[in-house]
Design a protein around this ligand. Structure first.
Ligand code: HCR
Length: 380
């Protein structure tokens, strides 16, 4: 039954939402959607999913050699997937449509130290409104690990599901602790996702295809994703392998299982437990300043009233406040054009061709290039 999970009163508007998705490809986040599918959380908050296992993030710098460090990086990456792609289903019942960030919107948070791993900090900024692009920087100075990346999406409708190609990449920097010093880089490409359950009205994410973690140390991890009905028959499945970048089929170690559940080593390094990662381990939510202490461009401050309306079911108030924000933004952009003073990014700078990306990606895709956004140096 089409729209079986949609509240009776919203079936018609769900139908027209699906029709407009079908005849449209591009910026899904700017479309008006029925209220039952709205989330009170802005897309600028999503980079926090990268940091929800601070101890795994810090462990990226640990390990006796480059291969062991790559296994730690792979475990941290797999550990982020449950939050990134299933947490709205857990907290809100289904995948939801996030608030579409305004240009310059900020999300600032941290994970205080708990067990000696050091404090992890996060800044994210909406660096483009149309198309939506979020830049982020996550850092643990004590551990010597940081992650910098940006995220955009290209969406298309395939009849039953929405395919989302993730545009952007992240670079993990790890300070070497041996006599050699310096830093190792790990380029992280992003998997493709599809939004299933659309017709029914209960969207959820499935991952497909593959992504890579390619390191300057000469090792790479390849992660292949499948959903229900593929090799394991289970949803949210993956197979990951670690190999020298120059010979990706010379697999040293591999792990497989469910990225939202338990995964096991298939070809394990000596002395390892059989479990690679158990996604049932608690995720630690990012901590933010209380609202009264937040700046006016901070996401929860910007969307305070809209989010309140969505949370309390007062959708009229939510939509009025959302329109107010959007109108203010239009006026701001017009004024900037009239004055010849374009919007300036606060925390990041745009880098037209990321040379670190170009160099590392060449192992799997010759000649590929992507822009990036770098965190501006901080003045202490
Ligand atoms: C596609 C999506 C916005 C983008 C979200 C991204 C790709 C953002 C970067 C994060 O690291 C990972 C991530 C997870 C989300 O699953 C993904 C969102 C899912 C839905 C949303 C659409 C713009 C909204 C579609 C509207 C309906 C039908 C749910």
């Amino acid at each position: 039954e089409v729209g079986g999970a949609v509240p009776e009163a919203q079936k018609a508007s769900w139908g027209s939402f699906i029709k407009s998705i079908a005849s449209f490809s591009g910026d899904l986040s700017s479309m008006t959607a029925p209220s039952f599918i709205l989330s009170p959380v802005s897309l600028t908050e999503y980079p926090s999913y990268w940091g929800e296992h601070p101890e795994l993030f810090a462990a990226c710098a640990q390990g006796r050699d480059d291969v062991e460090r790559m296994t730690n990086v792979l475990r941290w990456f797999i550990g982020t997937l449950k939050g990134q792609y299933t947490s709205r289903n857990t907290s809100m019942g289904s995948e939801k449509k996030p608030l579409n960030p305004i240009l310059g919107e900020l999300f600032i948070g941290s994970w205080p130290e708990q067990k000696g791993e050091g404090e992890t900090t996060l800044v994210a900024e909406q660096v483009s409104h149309h198309p939506p692009i979020t830049a982020y920087h996550i850092s643990n100075e004590k551990a010597g690990v940081s992650l910098e990346g940006h995220s955009a999406q290209k969406t298309s409708f395939t009849g039953r599901s929405i395919t989302v190609k993730q545009v952007g990449h992240a670079i993990l920097r790890v300070q070497r602790k041996d006599a050699q010093g310096g830093e190792d880089l790990y380029l992280i490409t992003l998997p493709q996702l599809s939004i299933e359950g659309i017709l029914w009205g209960a969207p959820y994410i499935e991952l497909s295809g593959a992504n890579h973690i390619i390191s300057s140390t000469g090792y790479a991890a390849t992660i292949n994703y499948t959903g229900k009905g593929y090799f394991s028959g289970k949803a949210h499945s993956f197979k990951a392998s670690i190999a020298p970048t120059s010979k990706l089929d010379a697999v040293l170690y591999s792990a497989e299982g469910e990225w939202s559940g338990v995964s096991k080593w298939k070809k394990a390094p000596p002395g390892q437990d059989s479990v690679f990662w158990d996604a049932n381990n608690d995720r630690r939510e990012v901590q933010v300043q209380p609202l009264e202490k937040q700046g006016k461009m901070e996401s929860r401050k910007v969307w305070e009233k809209t989010a309140e309306g969505i949370r309390s079911g007062n959708y009229d108030a939510a939509s009025k406040d959302k329109s107010r924000i959007e109108n203010e933004q239009r006026t701001k952009r017009k004024e900037e054009i009239a004055k010849g003073t374009p919007h300036q990014l606060e925390m990041f700078v745009h880098v037209p061709e990321d040379q670190e990306f170009v160099k590392l990606i060449s192992a799997v895709s010759k000649g590929a290039t992507e822009d990036t956004y770098r965190r501006k140096p901080r003045v202490h």
